[in-house]
Design a protein around this ligand. Structure first.
Ligand code: ADP
Ligand code: MG
Length: 710
């Protein structure tokens, strides 16, 4: 429970608390009968179906463990399509005839949950007469305990789907994409002669950026409380120009917060590893050690929950929104992705053995092709309303998908494709082996922080993903498109008589056909925008257009072929994401209007009133002094207030117009082009007022309070 929050590590060993709230492999091995444990492992590997008998045994052990740690309730924990997590709690109690209770938790309850859940977006997949949704236990992600001030709940990670089996969440497709990737990668490995690897899975380490603000300032602003980003706000004299915050000393209050955060995460078995100050003032980052993608996804969702919870205890509020402040950097979630085999090889690692190097170049080229061919889907996978304000700004990756390889790798591929002698390639250390394919040093890449998809030595870092988003969506897309290309490569190789020639041909042909997506230069520069256009790379600047990508024929084809999402599920998702966008903008616009009328206008008028009264009093006193500047100031403020209020009327009208539209795409476009465009104008008047109205009159905390005070 909430007590013992602060652990004194001079007295308690980290070993003793690590994973104590997680029903992890070690606990299962200890508590489950040997045969049941073995059976469950097989199920986790995807080799066997779960039997009710095994489920009963696991449920019983889980209950005993959870109850011994104070749990009274359990919940199926799932991830609907809104980037949040959802839960419906049930207690373990079962009444007995003599008026008492026993605590029960059956295999059935573990495996499957049923909830009305009709308020979750289904995009038309559930008719109202069949509103039920089902949750199914994900055996591959460990159950965990969540505590509040007064009790403990056992959380079981689950997938959420409809009566007819369509996915209604982010986990279902992610698990399917993992399956597809596993199959295709193993197929390709077999085709190039690997007989030992049985399973391939994506490994992911998400770096989570966030802002912290003092809760007393946060609470003064309805935009932060309701929309999680500021809708008004004028930058003070100091921004992030001095870069004094980046990697700076972590101040005491934040250090205390981070320490408790780490403890909570470690107790959950989340391997929190790195933390530091980020570029913007009061911006920070936390990154765990990477794990299998669905575990990493669940752990990242939990990390976001725990960030919020711990911040609150420290009198802070955490902002996970992509662009909480205008004028300083936004927050992302760098998604580090690689491929791991069951024998521990990272297929994205160049390594130093020529054979595995051939393999590496093949997987590398598959990745390049996937990024080029399905750039629109990748862009979709990293888009939400919040990220629209971040991407393409001066600090975040541009909205164009490109891949950074580093000059060494590019040179190797370039020379290979021209059948040139690669011994002259300026690679740090190369060994020449089979088919003149070199061995590349692991650290063969420089750091390029401006690329949306950067090769960083043994993994790809997808930097476009927004800080508030679930990483399920981007990884589902990366897994799926990669699986599709690996499958194509495997098919080629299976037909081939001379494998080494075919590999070389695949590498060089793929590189030649898709090298337009490779860009090693400065992604923030204007030249790149023009160059990208010249190369014909798509530049999808906003969420609404990105959503449209999922109904393009090649998108439907790849998702259906890889058995990740059906056309019907994609259509539902298209509707849901458009609806989420429209609702988000609608909410923001409504809150802006409310703040304008209830806070900004009254505060400004009060200020004007006080200034005007002072002017009058001075006049009446008969003292001779110039008052023209004060009068000009009053006139100028009143002019701004008038424009501000007028824009409120325009925004109200645009909101009404957008609201009346029914076709989801048209509606989302209206919110983007009309409502949002007007919000920008309204904000500019509001911010201008903030700059002239007296500080003590301003009705909510300013950027100075939020960004420079904790
Ligand atoms: P950066 O220098 O990019 O800020 P960090 O140390 O903050 O690096 O984060 C790097 C992330 O990448 C960590 O979560 C780390 O576990 C993860 N990572 C490292 N190697 C791999 C890999 N092979 N596959 C996936 N993720 C990885
Ligand atoms: Mg980092």
């Amino acid at each position: 429970m909430e007590n013992n929050r602060i652990v004194d590590f001079s007295k308690t060993s980290l070993h003793d608390i690590y994973g104590e709230n997680c029903f992890n492999d070690a606990i299962m091995r200890e508590l489950l009968p040997k045969a049941v444990y073995k059976e469950l492992k097989e199920v986790q590997q995807g080799n066997k179906e779960l039997t009710l008998e095994t489920a009963n045994a696991v449920a019983s052990a889980m209950k005993t463990w959870a109850v011994s740690k104070g749990a009274t309730h359990f919940t199926h924990w799932f991830q609907p399509l809104n980037d949040l997590t959802a839960e419906k709690h049930d207690s373990f109690i079962a009444p007995t005839e003599d008026g008492k209770v026993i605590l029960e938790f059956s295999g059935k309850e573990l495996i499957k949950g049923e909830s009305d859940a009709s308020s979750f977006p289904s995009g038309g997949l559930r008719a109202t007469f069949e509103a039920r949704g089902y949750t199914a236990w994900d055996t591959t992600s460990p159950a965990f305990l969540m505590s509040d001030n007064t009790g403990v709940t056992l959380n079981i990670p689950t997938a959420f789907f409809s009566y007819t089996g369509e996915s209604l969440d982010k986990k279902g497709p992610l698990l399917k994409s993992m399956n597809a990737l596993d199959k295709s990668a193993v197929r390709l490995l077999r085709a190039i002669g690997n007989k030992t690897v049985k399973k391939v899975s994506a490994s992911v380490g998400p770096e989570q950026e966030y802002f912290l603000v003092d809760r007393k300032y946060y609470d003064t602003r309805s935009d932060l409380v309701l929309c999680k980003r500021t809708l008004y706000g004028s930058m003070p004299g100091k921004g992030q120009e001095l870069n004094s915050h980046y990697y700076g000393n972590i101040q005491l209050k934040v250090a205390d917060f981070m320490r408790e955060l780490n403890c909570e995460l470690w107790r959950m078995g989340i391997p929190a590893k790195t933390q530091h100050n980020e570029v913007a003032p009061n911006q920070f980052e936390i990154a765990p050690i990477y794990s299998t993608v669905n575990v990493a996804t669940d752990q990242n969702q939990l990390t976001m929950l725990i960030l919020r919870k711990v911040a609150k205890r420290h009198g802070l509020a955490v902002l996970l929104n992509e662009k909480p402040f205008e004028g300083v950097n936004g927050s992302g979630k760098h998604n580090n992705w690689s491929l791991t085999t069951d024998d521990g090889t990272n297929l994205m690692d160049p390594g130093d053995d020529p054979k595995s190097n051939t393999q590496f170049l093949l997987f590398l080229c598959a990745f390049i092709k996937a990024c080029d061919k399905y750039a629109g889907l990748l862009r979709f996978s990293a888009s939400n309303a919040g990220n629209d304000y971040r991407l393409g700004g001066s600090e975040a990756p541009p909205a164009v998908i490109s891949v950074y390889l580093g000059s060494e790798l590019e040179e190797i591929l370039e020379k290979l494709s021209k059948h040139e002698d690669i011994t002259s390639a300026k690679v740090g250390k190369i060994q020449f082996g089979v088919n003149s394919l070199p061995t590349v040093l692991k650290d063969s890449t420089d750091r390029n922080r401006t690329s949306p998809m950067a090769f960083t030595g043994n993994k790809f870092e997808f930097r476009m993903v927004g800080s508030s988003a679930s990483i399920a969506k981007p990884n589902t897309v990366i897994n799926t498109i990669m699986a599709a290309v690996l499958d194509e490569f495997a098919a080629e190789l299976e037909k081939s008589k001379k494998k080494s020639d075919t590999i070389l041909k695949l590498v060089t042909d793929t590189y030649k056909a898709h090298k337009r997506v490779i860009f090693n230069g400065n992604g923030y520069s204007d030249e790149w925008k023009q160059e990208a256009e010249r190369r014909g790379l798509p530049n999808i600047t906003n969420n609404v257009d990105a959503i449209a990508e999922i109904l393009k024929p090649e998108a439907i084809e790849v998702f259906e072929k890889m058995k990740v999402l059906t056309r019907q599920e994609l259509e539902a998702r298209y509707n849901i994401y458009l609806q989420v966008y429209s609702r988000q903008i609608k909410m923001e616009a409504t809150v802006m209007l409310q703040m304008a009328r209830k806070d900004i206008v009254p505060a400004t008028l009060k200020y004007v009133h006080d200034v005007a009264s002072t002017v009058n009093e001075v006049k009446e006193s008969g003292v001779k002094c110039p008052l023209s500047r004060e009068e000009e100031m009053i006139a100028s403020i009143m002019d701004s207030v008038d424009k501000f209020m007028q824009t409120c009327l325009v925004l109200e009208r645009e909101l009404k117009n957008a609201h009346e539209l029914t076709e989801p795409f048209e509606k989302a476009c209206a919110y983007r082009d009309k409502v949002f465009a007007t919000m920008k104008v309204l904000r500019s008047y509001g911010d201008a007022l903030e700059r002239v109205v007296g500080k003590t009159y301003w009705p909510f905390a300013t950027y100075e309070d939020l960004l420079f005070n904790i």
